[in-house]
Write a protein that binds this ligand. Sequence first.
Ligand code: GDP
Length: 494
Amino acid sequence: AGRDPNVASFHQRKTAHGDRLLGGLLVDGHDQKSCHSRYQSVVYRRNAGRQPSQYLVSKLRSQEALQRRCGPGTAAYTTALEQLKSGKSTASPECKYLVSISYRGLGNRILAAASAFMYALLTDRVLLVDPSHMMDELFCEPFPNTTWLLPPRFPLLNYQSFYLDTPERYGRMREDGVLGLGAGERNGSSAPAELPAFAYIHLDYNQTDHDKRFFCDDDQRVLRGIQWLVMRTDSYIVPGLFLVMAFQEELAMLFPEPDTVFHHLGRYLFHPTNQVWGLIARYYRAHLASARRVVGIQVRVFPWEAESPEILEQIKTCTQQERLLPAVLDDEEEEEEDEPTTTVSGAKPTAVLVTSLKAWYSDKMKEMYWERATADGEVVVVDQPSHEETQRYNVRPHEHKAWAEVYLLSVADMLVTTGQSTFGYVAQGLGGLKPWVLHHVKNGTVGWPCSRDVSMEPCFHVPPVYDCKRREDAGLIVPHVRHCGDLPAGLKLV
Ligand code: GDP
């Protein structure tokens, strides 16, 4: 598997230049010095990825224009802030906004920002990302000549702590009848029913059924009239947006291949800043550039978990059974082996890139490929950039390493990930790679070690269970939204 002689070498990719604008996803003319990664990603990615539709490309250009016309620093933005302070919605605002709260792990934050962007594209809103949790220094600015970051002194002072008890929570206003389905609509000649200046969309794991009405057509009609929305999610809500009928036609035009939504939006939005890019580029050149192929293995373990021989066994069995890595010989077999035929410096190795909070798994793999010969003589080099031991938040070097490792996984030729991890989801989506997913070890036993995912898309972990009329399983309504293999209650695009 994966022995593709056509895989261009690092040098070839570097000189050929490839498609540095990713099929029109990116525009030329961004300052290159301030963000090396933007136009260089193509040199590092071993898998070229998929092509965006022309419709998506033109939609991105008009979103950029919208962000420039209405974003921070414009007269429209100042007016909209005044409106927000006044507490009342205006009948036909010039510009509408979506603020995305940043919280939890890096994978969560990336999926949240991508989801918010998708929703902003569909509803002609300006996206403004909460700069906290290092969102302002992990990523370059995606929109030319404006900013996607919410500026300081936002009038909703405590927006980062909006939660279930926030009076303006959409689900709560719906439940309490403060907002009816007719809100904002003109009935006859009378003035429209009053809408609030903003609503808080709560899509965290403990969202109520009323919050989940966000994914219903009737509710989207109400939300359309509200100038400011503040959204909290740590998940990838895009599969839910595909359930809203009003969005379906547009989504089909934007993404004729529905399994590429995060792939394209992720490659458009998330460019590592120069410091992080330094970590990526130096690691790549030192450990991966000369490899014949790169196999990424994400071992998501938690700081409090002991080293697990079962998980190690699972990784070995998975990679060998699926022919991602060669099997090793036992002592007797090795005795009978002929001498290796390749010259000492001739054969290019297979590089295995392991990411994990613990070093133990990659140490054991490394040991195995040193102590034993491989059946086909292939040389396997195993390495892991860091082992941070614990999860930390808002700690610069830790966040930088996490982002660098997600990105490095994404440049591999093939990926093995741990189920249910947003860290792995981001890597597979950016890379355009359908991963082999390690199943969770239950009570110390592993059944089948891993299986190939049905698509590279992230799984939406806490989606609506039913359609909006509560009759049908949400995973059976539209053909390309299905339950996830790694989390059966979740939904994903296929
Ligand atoms: P998830 O919890 O697996 O869904 O992934 P998240 O990225 O949302 O949160 C996990 C956090 O733990 C990451 O953001 C990192 O801070 C840390 N972490 C987990 N695994 C790794 C790893 O392999 N490498 C590094 N550097 N950090 C990790």
